[in-house]
Design a binder for this molecule. Structure first.
Ligand SMILES: [Zn+2]
Length: 62
């Protein structure tokens, strides 16, 4: 089990895999960072992919 915090606040989420962690983050983003989610929709797919890759690398390095 790994624990990694949200990249926007101090909330922490524990999961066995990055996919599990990301699913928890998605719900957290939608409820706590709705404004950020709205902005993210205007960003390019590349930026979204980069975020995913960065977060996955961070999770895997824990
Ligand atoms: Zn957060």
């Amino acid at each position: 089990m790994k624990t990694m915090s949200c990249d926007l606040c101090e909330s922490e989420f524990s999961a066995e895999t990055f996919e599990e962690w990301f699913n928890q983050m998605k719900e957290h983003y939608m409820s706590d960072h709705a404004d950020f989610m709205k902005e993210a929709q205007n960003k390019s797919k590349e930026e979204g992919m980069k975020w995913m890759a960065d977060m996955k690398a961070k999770f895997e390095s824990l």
